[in-house]
Design a protein around this ligand. Structure first.
Ligand SMILES: *[C@@H]1O[C@H](CO)[C@@H](O)[C@H](O)[C@H]1NC(C)=O
Ligand SMILES: *[C@@H]1O[C@H](CO)[C@@H](O)[C@H](O)[C@H]1NC(C)=O
Ligand SMILES: *[C@@H]1O[C@H](CO)[C@@H](O)[C@H](O)[C@H]1NC(C)=O
Ligand SMILES: *[C@@H]1O[C@H](CO)[C@@H](O)[C@H](O)[C@H]1NC(C)=O
Ligand SMILES: *[C@@H]1O[C@H](CO)[C@@H](O)[C@H](O)[C@H]1NC(C)=O
Ligand SMILES: CC(=O)N[C@H]1CO[C@H](CO)[C@@H](O)[C@@H]1O
Length: 380
């Protein structure tokens, strides 16, 4: 009898292996795969602006038509104060008309920008044949077929971009390990949340801050650095210029806080905002309340609202209302421009400083950090 029960035992434990594997891979087990064709569809798109169980990473536009866009954005900025190194990669599904007029081919395309430690810039666009996105929970992967660019989640809340694109002379990896919980414009990641940061502008920020690790070769020159990484996605059911007058967006750290700001002036004349700050891996504010945040340009050329001719301020002053910690004031001083030659758009690396003012403790200065910011203006 003994050998038989040993065998039974063996089969019992063997039976557990698939179960154990299923449990280990549970975060991925609800993933869904989406195929995005390389041609724009002549159909009305279904567009999602209320969060569902499909999560922040899933495509929000089905199918992509000529007036919609849906994309996935990643960046890393060096945290070494002596370095101007950065990288930005955007996986787009958009027509040239839906975003900003022919600055991009389309509809399935990658845009990449990098800056070397001395500030020298690199940028390239690369077209893909079609795309496949797999998304579930805080994991996703995307393959832009034929471009040499893909990303995946080796573990939940981790993202790894792999590049093998000889046509533009770029290869290597960009890794993000999230340190701050994701959010939607008005609150944490949860089913039922509003996903519009301004009318018709969808936004989901899976990685507000992370430990970023970049190892690239660009035209045979190595670009390797560690820094603050960020990942989000945005989408719309209408062409971008239909709804946006101007906006300020960025992410940065100051003291113990990881901050993401969004301050949009809609074409309807209304200012829409989204405030996010996290500390010790927990959200301290995630709000779209009108008083939760204010972002204004500072220094030279600080016209507000910004116009196409006055578009490059020295920096930004950002005030956030943190419900428990007090009022966070943050100044960003731009130290390098990362995009040249696009009149309606600017992107900067910046250095931050700031203070927190709380009842009882007065105003305390915070340790400096780095930021990556952008502004759009459609105003002549
Ligand atoms: C799109 O479909 C509509 C309705 O079927 C048709 O009238 C129109 O000509 C089509 N447009 C294009 C560009 O194919
Ligand atoms: C695309 O879909 C959107 C949302 O359904 C719709 O408003 C728009 O008219 C469509 N555009 C085209 C060019 O079919
Ligand atoms: C788009 O192109 C039109 C026509 O050339 C031009 O009037 C408009 O200013 C452009 N918009 C942007 C955002 O570049
Ligand atoms: C800046 O760094 C890049 C990459 O290492 C190099 O190719 C370039 O010559 C440098 N430029 C200057 C002005 O030193
Ligand atoms: C989407 O978000 C990224 C970063 O948040 C930003 O670079 C991009 O301009 C945004 N665009 C739109 C149209 O929402
Ligand atoms: C467009 C614009 O106003 N540019 C100004 C930005 O600030 C510098 C320094 O004051 C001026 O020289 C530019 O003319």
């Amino acid at each position: 009898m003994a050998p038989r029960s040993l065998l039974q035992l063996l089969f019992f434990y063997l039976g557990l292996i698939p179960l154990a594997l299923a449990l280990v891979s549970a975060p991925h087990s609800f993933s869904k795969e989406y195929d995005i064709p390389g041609a724009v569809q002549n159909a009305s798109s279904r567009v999602q602006f209320t969060a569902s169980a499909a999560g922040p990473e899933a495509p929000k536009i089905h199918p992509l038509n000529a007036s919609t866009f849906d994309w996935w954005y990643f960046d890393v900025v060096s945290t070494d104060p002596t370095s101007l190194a950065s990288v930005v990669v955007v996986f787009y599904t958009t027509t040239p008309e839906a975003f900003v007029n022919g600055t991009l081919p389309g509809p399935v395309v990658i845009q990449m920008w990098a800056s070397f430690p001395n500030g020298t810039l690199f940028s390239a666009n690369i077209e893909a044949e079609s795309a496949t996105v797999t998304a579930g929970g805080t994991s996703s992967s995307g393959v832009w077929h034929g471009s040499g660019f893909r990303w995946s989640s080796p573990r939940p809340s981790e993202y790894s971009i792999t590049i093998d694109a000889p046509s533009i002379g770029v290869e290597g990896t960009i890794d993000l390990k999230s340190t701050s919980p994701g959010h939607y414009p008005c609150g944490p990641i949860a089913v039922g949340q509003n996903m519009q940061v301004a009318p018709h502008i969808g936004w989901a920020n899976s990685v507000p801050d992370s430990a970023g690790d970049v190892l690239l070769a660009i035209g045979g020159t190595k670009l390797a650095f560690k820094g603050a990484g960020y990942h989000d996605k945005n989408w719309s059911d209408q062409p971008f210029p239909t709804n946006v007058d101007s906006w300020y967006w960025g992410h940065g750290s100051v003291g113990p806080y990881s901050v993401v700001w969004f301050d949009v002036l809609g074409l309807d004349g209304v200012e829409y905002v989204s405030a996010y700050a996290a500390k010790d891996g927990k959200i301290v504010v995630a709000s779209c309340g009108a008083e939760s945040i204010r972002v204004r340009p500072t220094g030279r050329n600080s016209t507000y609202p910004p116009t196409i001719s006055s578009r490059r301020p020295d920096g930004y002053h950002i005030t956030l209302d943190l419900p428990e910690d007090g009022v966070l004031k943050m100044d960003v001083v731009n130290s390098a421009s990362l995009v040249e030659g696009v009149p309606i758009y600017a992107r900067f690396i910046g250095r931050t400083s700031g203070s927190i003012t709380s009842i009882g403790e007065g105003e305390r200065n915070l340790l400096a950090g780095v930021a990556l910011s952008e502004q759009f203006t459609m105003r002549a």
